[in-house]
Ligand binder design. Structure first.
Ligand code: MN
Ligand code: MN
Length: 316
């Protein structure tokens, strides 16, 4: 057989709801040989400030993802024809110790980057992105960043703690993991402690589009801007599910009302074509607050869109 080595199970042979839950019914294989993309769960939520539960995010996204089919009409692409994708299992964590978890996750992901594999990670709370950026930057150097979120996550500390889901991008800047000139945050909204909070990303040198500006811009212009900001060098895409309005994605730890709906959120993601993403994630899915499973469905589809972005960047 020609084409990618690893593909999802054939749903014509066995019904989608049968078999163990892997992402998109992909083979559970912990190898880097003949692999383009490794889906990795990062089940941890020790770094949250409000509602916990994102440690069950990977499990919920995997369960929801069994309904995903290979072809995206929006991006006109069958991901399984272009990419060899595996479910690489879960990264190791140290429950109760955020700093140690970050070390273990980065150590787990680094060999993937060294082998030229793109990790698509399922959080976990947003602190996991710092570990992902450490692993990616160790191999690729300082990265461009596209960050979709209701929050900028640039606090210096919270409760006196530096490693937290709200301090990720401040730490990433301090550690030289991202290039501020090639970074773009978008979707920020909700109440703040003061006007200075909204100015903080720009003060750190990050380009930041609050949701009111992103909404006025629209997906196509946003995609253009993101391509211009990130350039052609390696970049990272992080999608915090709370970017989406909690009416559509209630299963998350720190919901902020008045955001994009599901269709709009996917359109903003799918506008990010032509960017050399070497790492991607979908974080902050907390299934305990997601009684109808709608947040996990959206997260699974967002991950499918991200797979399409990887494939399109490679075929361009
Ligand atoms: Mn976040
Ligand atoms: Mn957030």
């Amino acid at each position: 057989m020609t084409g990618p080595r690893y593909r999802p199970a054939d749903s014509d042979d066995a019904p989608r709801y049968s078999g163990p839950r892997t992402f998109m019914r992909l083979p559970y294989v912990q190898t880097t040989e003949e692999v383009d993309v490794a889906v990795v769960g990062i089940p941890t939520d020790d770094a949250v400030s409000y509602r916990s539960g994102a440690r069950f995010g990977p499990e919920a996204i995997r369960s929801a993802s069994i309904l995903l089919r290979p072809y995206s009409p929006a991006l006109k692409l069958d991901v399984t024809e272009h990419l060899s994708i595996v479910d690489h299992g879960d990264a190791p964590t140290a429950p109760g110790d955020v700093v140690e978890t970050l070390k273990r996750v980065a150590s787990y992901l680094r060999p993937l980057h060294e082998a030229g594999v793109v990790p698509l990670c399922l959080g976990g709370d947003h602190s996991v992105t710092l570990a992902e950026l450490r692993a990616a930057a160790a191999v690729h150097g300082p990265l461009g960043l596209v960050h979709l979120d209701a929050h900028a996550d640039v606090w210096d500390s919270y409760y006196g703690l530096r490693y937290f889901h709200g301090t990720v991008f401040r730490r990433a800047l301090e550690e030289g993991l991202i290039d501020p000139a090639r970074s773009l945050q978008a979707g920020m909204r909700g109440t703040l402690y003061g006007a200075e909070d909204e100015a903080e990303p720009e003060r750190l040198g990050l380009r930041c589009l609050p949701w009111r500006e992103l909404r006025a811009l629209g997906p196509d212009a946003f995609g253009e801007l993101a391509r211009r900001v990130t350039g052609e060098q390696p970049a990272f895409l992080t999608f915090d599910i709370d970017f989406v309005d909690p009416a559509f994605a209630p299963g998350t730890g720190t919901p902020e009302v008045g955001g994009p709906n599901s269709a709009e959120a996917l359109a903003y993601l799918e506008a990010l074509t032509g960017i050399a993403f070497v790492g991607l994630d979908c974080v902050e899915v907390a299934p305990a607050y997601d009684p109808a499973g709608i947040t996990a469905w959206l997260a699974a589809n967002a991950c499918h869109s991200m797979l399409c972005l990887i494939a399109l960047a490679r075929t361009a």
